[in-house]
Design a protein around this ligand. Structure first.
Ligand code: NAD
Length: 306
């Protein structure tokens, strides 16, 4: 245990020094180069909120792994089109096809229509990625009911509505042995904030805490039908949702204090796990919250010994 009276020694494992290490004192960041394999050939997927950020990265990766992908968006049609463009020009010979569909995931009728369309276009659905989400931040005493309700409606109710439609189709159709040994897979994009409280963001943290038990309860309920339900819990990933946290060097340096692995996450870090979870390689994985956060949930604030 370190105490305030212990002297700091250069190069020692003094916890305060670890926290304050500068980038030039650490190994260079090497991003992984991973082989793309057609592990989702013949599968049909829906990714919500896939016009940007993590959703776009997942849609591109599922398509590259051979799945046909519906790219859901709510506002920016051109951005959704750019996701399709990226997915279908990824250079993979086994890639699937991709189409766009506009729907607000918090609107029951629009969600029902979206699932009708995916059946019309692709015949069925094998993989749902519940990704759409947003933040509307405010201190608790200033947060309006509209801000609370909007975040809960999109981040939590939207995941419920899409999961319900997907499960109806998975159960109706059952296992297609030529495609997958599971009848369906749902991947919920949650957050480290399903376990880390977040002052000033109570609506967001409550929505993600809700996603955790929504996911686990559904997983328990539908496992006998060979339907797998899991969550990916990202830490800080470089996307539009958290631009202020990484776009200036000062903000990035501040962010690194929360990340033991000392780099921000990229959408590919999340997308690779989504492909694996959707594939039969993850056949015995259900009801799990998988954290992809460079160690953010290791509580780095305690590196000085608490
Ligand atoms: P993003 O803002 O790029 O993506 C969110 C997407 O959801 C946008 O394309 C947006 O248009 C869409 N969306 C919003 N409301 C919608 C609605 N009603 N219907 C359909 N789509 C809607 O940000 P992102 O970082 O890619 O976020 C994706 C998911 O990842 C979110 O659920 C977010 O909470 C989660 N997440 C992100 C981070 C991060 O560091 N970026 C960390 C933890 C969790």
């Amino acid at each position: 245990m370190t105490t305030a009276t212990q002297p700091r020694r250069p190069g020692s494992m003094n916890s305060t020094l670890i926290r304050d290490l500068q980038p030039h004192e650490l190994p260079d960041i090497e991003m992984p180069a991973c082989e793309v394999r057609p592990v989702l050939k013949g599968q049909k997927a829906l990714v919500t909120g896939a016009g940007s950020g993590i959703g776009r990265g997942i849609a591109v990766a599922l398509c590259a792994a051979g799945a046909d992908v519906m790219v859901n968006y709510v506002g920016d049609e051109a951005a959704a089109g750019a996701t399709v463009e990226e997915a279908t020009h990824c250079g993979c010979t086994n890639r699937g096809r991709a189409i766009i569909h506009r729907a607000d995931v918090s609107d029951e009728a629009q969600v029902t229509d979206m699932f009708r369309r995916i059946k019309d276009e692709f015949g069925t659905i094998d993989i749902l990625v519940n990704n759409a989400g947003l933040q509307q931040d405010a201190p608790i005493e200033e947060m309006t009911l509209a801000q609370w309700s909007k975040v809960i409606s999109v981040n939590l109710t939207g995941q419920f509505l899409c999961a319900r439609e997907a499960i109806r189709e998975f159960k109706r159709r059952g296992v297609r042995k030529d495609v997958s040994c599971a009848a369906g897979k749902i991947i919920c994009i949650s957050s480290v904030h399903e376990v880390i409280p977040w002052a000033g963001h109570v609506n967001y943290a409550a929505s993600k805490g809700g996603v955790m038990l929504l996911m686990k309860s559904i997983a328990q309920e539908v496992a006998p039908w060979r339907i797998r339900v899991n969550s990916i819990c990202p830490g800080a990933i470089r996307t539009p949702i958290n631009r202020p946290a990484w776009e200036t060097p000062a903000a990035y340096a501040e962010l690194m204090k929360l990340i033991p692995y000392k780099r921000i996450g990229e959408v590919e870090d999340i997308a690779r796990l989504a492909v694996w979870l959707a594939s039969d390689e993850a056949d015995y994985v259900t009801g799990a919250s998988l954290f992809v956060d460079g160690g953010m949930t290791l509580y780095p604030g305690f590196e000085a010994g608490g």
